[in-house]
Design a protein around this ligand. Sequence first.
Ligand SMILES: Cc1cc2nc3c(=O)[nH]c(=O)nc-3n(C[C@H](O)[C@H](O)[C@H](O)COP(=O)(O)OP(=O)(O)OC[C@H]3O[C@@H](n4cnc5c(N)ncnc54)[C@H](O)[C@@H]3O)c2cc1C
Length: 402
Amino acid sequence: MTARADVVVVGGGIVGAACAYYLCAAGLDVHLVERRFPASGTSRACDSLILLWDKTPGADLALAQTSAALWADLAEALDFDFEYARRGTILLAEDDEGMAAGQATAKAMQAAGVRAEVLDGGGLRSLEPNLAPDLAGGVLFPDDAQVDARRATLALLSAAQGRGLTLHTGAEVVAIRRSPGGDGRVCGVETRAGDVATDAVVCAAGVWSNDVARLVGVELPIRPRKGHILVAARVPGLIRHPLLEGGYVSTVQSATEDLQVALVAEMTASGTLLLGSSRQFVGFDRSVSLAVMRAIATRAVRFLPSLAKVKIIRSYAGLRPWSPDHLQLIGPLPGVPGFYLATGHEGAGIALSPVTGRLIADWVLGAELPPVAAEVRPDRFDLAVGIGESGDTDGPPSPNPG
Ligand SMILES: Cc1cc2nc3c(=O)[nH]c(=O)nc-3n(C[C@H](O)[C@H](O)[C@H](O)COP(=O)(O)OP(=O)(O)OC[C@H]3O[C@@H](n4cnc5c(N)ncnc54)[C@H](O)[C@@H]3O)c2cc1C
């Protein structure tokens, strides 16, 4: 492969796929380089909820609201079925304290224009009869949705290919070329499968974005935050909405190093049940821990007692690309003209991929940006260009633990 493109997107997860889709939709000649195959990273080892209520009002929620509307449009526009379903989600409250917290969340969301319906114990059980009978109640958020993350990645890529995307798989990026003089603008990428000349590179490599950014001498503040999922055997009808315990939101927003577990239960189109969710910082280790599985299963049985008799048929762990202020890094990398970041989505990369792709297309085209774009600019962090500065492309690639 020796090619020329307007833009090269690095990473074939859901974020890279969305970037490719919106860049192609804007009429650019786009190449996507993925070191393995589409959705081979975190975008196949996750839940697939398009959640609003776990976001903080402000930029976080505004991005999620825009993205949720874009997902609804994509479900209409794309030929490839990615199992989009807007059936809402339910926050579960175990007791009066949980109920008060749920009511506060409902109020904050309503004030930001998100629909929320508070349910007492009876109301909750009429929507979800298989829940434990002692739960105090919950909150229904009718606008939340779900997709199949892998299928959604493929749907975006397939639509982008229909608009001219060139997809290179087995093409790990090992160097970023910079113009030798002047401002050190990017001028190409080198992969294990060949090179692509370009004036714009979008780094959408999830938790491995740091390895790619190091190729232009920049250290990103992204850390892998591990999450486990158990897959329960088919139990069609056991739940009617995705269910999350109220404490889930504090696990999302905290930055503790310790293991945290909160119930997330999501039914797939085939009737299997995805049970999560854990959060912990343990580097790039993706092995499955029996202790974490037990902790998730215990929470699941607490809320859905009949699961005690259901077999777990599979389990996996994925790595969320965590950023220190819980906002993404979307936009140009300071000091490296032509290099853009689309990373740091932690547990919201499925939900936020369309809005990320739209913002990246705006940045690359030099189009007018929505005000929220300023909140996720990478230059809010001190990302000094250090190692291997402009023009230096000869160094060995840093080890990529994936
Ligand atoms: C347990 C769990 C549950 C989750 N639940 C949800 C949820 O319900 N809703 C939600 O919105 N989000 C959820 N998330 C988060 C979501 O899965 C991630 O934010 C999202 O998948 C990140 O996508 P990405 O494209 O940035 O990264 P990835 O999917 O990891 O893609 C990055 C790609 O880059 C490639 N790559 C890396 N280095 C190179 C290189 N040098 N050259 C070429 N290619 C390279 C990798 O092979 C990979 O395919 C969950 C995550 C976990 C772990």
